[in-house]
Design a protein around this ligand. Structure first.
Ligand code: TYD
Length: 166
């Protein structure tokens, strides 16, 4: 289950894309838009299946998929923010923690099931760690890979947040 520093209180994977649709139009920015989202689970004695459709199960159209795997014990991934990119992160196998920071608030989420994931909006610093052995981190992204969209140092991220806030 998610753990937070008390500033966010996600009570579990309960959000829906529909809820997001409203938030995207008039909701808060930054970490307040981060949310665990339940995915559909088609249960079958032969094995379960979880579909993810852009704009339906996640609040953006999916333009890219990537996954990290064979992550050595103790390693950390991420350590950056995106100016415009939205992402949805799923522990397709195993478990890991996602730490989010929007310059004002911080929260961490423990992901360990294939049938829910974490929506990470734009302009949120993230890093991922505590990967279990054999874990697979599946990421759905709202756009193609673009290095120019990355903010790769925390100081630059904070400067950019301040600039955006005016
Ligand atoms: P990066 O996003 O920094 O990885 P992580 O956040 O998981 O630590 O990407 C690592 C490298 O992989 C980067 O130098 C470029 C490459 N890359 C692509 O070519 N395409 C992609 O879609 C992504 C996410 C990364």
């Amino acid at each position: 289950m998610p753990t937070t520093d008390g500033l966010l209180s996600p009570n579990g994977p309960v959000a829906t894309a529909r809820l997001f649709a409203g938030r995207l139009q008039c909701g808060p920015m930054g970490i307040d838009r981060a949310q665990l989202i339940d995915l559909r689970k088609v249960s079958d004695p032969k094995g379960n299946l979880t579909p993810i459709e852009g704009g339906l199960d996640v609040p953006f159209e999916i333009r890219r998929v990537y996954y990290t795997y064979d992550i050595p014990g103790g390693e950390t991934r991420g350590g950056h923010a995106h100016r415009a990119l939205e992402e949805f992160i799923v522990a397709a196998s195993g478990s890991f923690e996602v730490f989010l920071d929007d310059g004002l608030k911080r929260a961490s989420f423990f992901l360990n099931r294939s049938y829910y994931g974490l929506y990470v909006p734009q302009m949120v610093w993230r890093h991922l760690s505590n990967f279990s052995s054999g874990s697979v981190c599946l990421v759905l992204a709202s756009d193609r890979y673009d290095e120019a969209d990355y903010i790769r140092t925390y100081d630059h991220f904070i400067e950019t947040v301040k600039t955006l806030e005016g």
